[in-house]
Design a protein around this ligand. Structure first.
Ligand code: ZN
Ligand code: ZN
Length: 323
């Protein structure tokens, strides 16, 4: 089988949504170009500093590898978080990640939940269980990761924070926000980042139009050794996302290109919404930690979780919304 693009090398990949058979080089070049197109649209080409949130998983390696080919690596700084999950956060994995980034010319900075929040994820989860809270580990993890990533972005004066979310993640999130009727989140979505608070560094997702199977293939073809250990809290992942994921895969299987179509159409809608809705001024800030919070809330979700888990002084209880 010969590559449909260069017509000379042996094809190794069938790209179902374009119905093309591609060789290794043409496939990698196709992904890189699509990432560059998206990155340009999101405006990161003119940035002075971009913080890359890297877990060490395949998507974060593809993100670093692809960006470093069209952005000067001295403008990139990678950031890794140790969540404090026993058996999952491993020093040898971080070392590998660090070596790999060094080869690309990207510096890695590190932080952790214990160091920044005062508690590891394992400690937060066990404290919340003792209090009988029905909150999944992923809720704690997601909220505090966002906070740490944003703080790191501010610390290094980054113009943008880039994450490795892929097309599958993005399509799922769009559908979930639709189901929940979360208009604010929906408007914030789309290919043009929107600043909702001066305390947030703008977030961009250069891989948002790359299928997950494509990032896996890119990582494998390039011979990356990535973190494959599954998080022990995986079984606590929200069930709605799992269901949406399954449904979207069925649609994609029946008609390849469906997920990409969902994102492209959504971007158009979101642009119209952004033009039409004047997003009301700044988000309010949390009275405890000073981070932005949703309108009508005195305390942010992260602080609320710590108070309800008994990890913050109980006199703060009075600020919590009635649950
Ligand atoms: Zn080719
Ligand atoms: Zn707070």
């Amino acid at each position: 089988m010969i590559c449909d693009n260069c017509k000379s090398r042996e094809a190794v990949v069938l790209q179902s949504h374009t119905r093309r058979k591609l060789c290794k080089d043409c496939f990698i070049e196709d992904i890189r170009k699509r990432i560059e197109t998206e990155a340009r649209k999101q405006g990161i080409i003119n940035a002075n500093k971009i913080l890359l949130a890297v877990s060490g998983g395949k998507d974060s390696l593809v993100l670093a590898d692809a960006l470093s080919q069209f952005v000067n690596p001295s403008k990139l700084i990678a950031f890794n978080i140790n969540e404090g999950i026993r058996g999952y956060n491993r020093d040898d994995q971080v070392k590998k990640l660090e070596d790999y980034l060094r080869d690309l010319g990207i510096e890695l900075i590190k932080s952790g939940f214990r160091q920044e929040v005062g508690f590891s994820l394992d400690e937060m989860v066990s404290a919340s269980l003792k209090k009988g809270l029905k909150v999944s580990a992923c809720t704690f993890c997601g909220g505090f990761r966002r906070k740490l990533i944003n703080e790191a972005g501010i610390k290094v004066s980054a113009d943008y924070v880039a994450t490795g979310h892929n097309l599958d993640d993005e399509a799922q999130t769009i559908i979930i926000n639709l189901i929940r009727g979360d208009l604010l989140r929906l408007i914030r979505f789309g290919d043009k980042p929107l600043r909702v608070s001066s305390k947030f560094v703008m977030r961009v997702k250069p891989l948002r139009k790359i299928y997950e199977w494509e990032t896996t293939m890119y990582a494998n073809l390039k011979g990356f050794e990535f973190q494959e250990v599954e998080c022990p809290y995986i079984s606590q992942k929200p069930t709605l996302r799992a269901k949406v994921r399954e449904l979207l895969y069925k649609l994609e299987e029946r008609k390849p290109g469906t997920l990409l179509k969902i994102i492209e159409q959504f971007d158009e809608i979101s642009q119209k919404l952004k033009n039409e809705y004047k997003l009301s001024s700044e988000l309010p800030t949390c009275i405890i930690c000073g981070e932005p919070t949703t309108p009508g809330r005195a305390v942010c979700k992260n602080c609320e979780l710590l108070i309800r888990s008994g990890l913050m002084p109980q006199e703060y209880q009075k600020y919590l919304p009635i649950s």
